[in-house]
Design a binder for this molecule. Sequence first.
Ligand code: C2O
Ligand code: CU
Ligand code: CU
Length: 514
Amino acid sequence: MKLTKFVDRLPIMDIIKPKRKNKKGSYYEVRMEEFKQKLHRDLRPTRLWGYNRQFPGPTFDVKQGEPIQVKWMNNLPSRHILPVDRSIHEVAQHPEVRTVTHLHGSETKSASDGYPEAWFTKDFKKVGPFFKREVYEYPNRQRATMLWYHDHSMGITRLNMYAGLAGAYIIRNEQEKLLKLPKGKYEIPLVIQDRSFNDDGSLSYPRQPADPADNLPNPSITPFFLGDKIIVNGKVWPYFEVEPRKYRFRILNASNTRAYQLYLDSNQPFYQIGSDGGLLKKTVKINKLTIEPAERVDVILDFSKYEGMKVILKNNLGPNADPEDETDEVMQFDVSLPMEERDDSNIPHNLSRIPSLKQNKIDAIRNLKLVGSTDKYNRPLLLLDNKKWMDPVTEKPNLGATEIWTLMNITGFTHPIHIHLIQFQILDRRPFDLDLYNKDGRIVYTGPSRPPEPNERGWKDTVPAPSAQITRVIAKFTPYTGDYVWHCHILEHEDYDMMRPLRVIDPNHTDDKE
Ligand code: C2O
Ligand code: CU
Ligand code: CU
């Protein structure tokens, strides 16, 4: 189905208001519900799942150092809106729709992290083996940045998120205000996703098999999903009217599989000021922005020289792209609004301090492989270090330990690897000969190790680990002990089975789980 581009105005998500304030901070309630929303002028309303009946969910806007509490409630119907209501893990036993919310990039106690097996069904009637509490606590003690919240249910994350369960979460602080970045209506979150639709407006997603025990004729789980329409803030290919001045855009790739290489058809640069974990050290002027699933980039765009023009945010599909592929465009900026006031915002050169973790004593180096495989039904299966989710936990850093994780990608494509609880730094990437490795297990480097790109030299929680390269990251595991996870953020990989437990251990109290 064809949809005309740039006919719907870019929506801006509401800021969620607390229900009440108490001594533990602001208290919010969020309901996951099914509802319909119009995603394009010419598309019938789409049945979706959203937080507080919004897609994307409402934006949290909180202050650093002020903790909040959120009661996440599952009010979803018992059948999934996608052409599957079962999945690989334990689903046969749990036909009801399970959800659990994770605040991505947050420094949160284990019991509030949204462990995949901490799921619950409607009205908390059934809860998963790791269920701890109904009200989650977010301390907001970390750096100011844009995090995001999304579903993380065991084995069905790709479906729950595709159905709409994702939203933005901004932490602010005072130092950032001093930088005089564009703010208020000149600071806009852009949540980019891809979707496909059926003619009746419903979401289209390839039919998935149930549990192998169901003996489906075609037992294959698709290890990727690429939609043919691009959505920003819940509209297909929107336009946004701007003044000829500077804007700050906080861009999130909330797609299941798709990575974007963003650029502007006006050839104007992005001034990137922040990455996943907040402001960079220095502003990076950049023409092409690669953004893998779950990554965030914080950029300033200056439209002051483009008065009266239309500027398209494009997505570079590479030289072999199908000319029919319309995902080479994301949205359009119409520089058509009159200036309301003088633009006294800045693009500062120096932004923040980023102490390097390299100075720390290294407590452990973990060599971890990103592996492609097949299961006993011959379905594609992706693994971390050849282990499945259910295998005993192997990544058990001590509380306060600094570790280097060496991610060796022996598959044919990039995996965005995400670690919960902490923000890490990228050390380097080094290419090796994959054919030789596959033949006899030898690692022969084919080039020197490269430092991270200038716009990757800040705090990250998700790192693109390219094929045939060893990507090294360094992290300090603090401030909480307990059960977390690390995984590939391509949701089709995460669900089967590129996710592993991560347990931070207090060496002095070995059974400490909180
Ligand atoms: Cu964005 Cu484990 O998640
Ligand atoms: Cu996360
Ligand atoms: Cu992956």
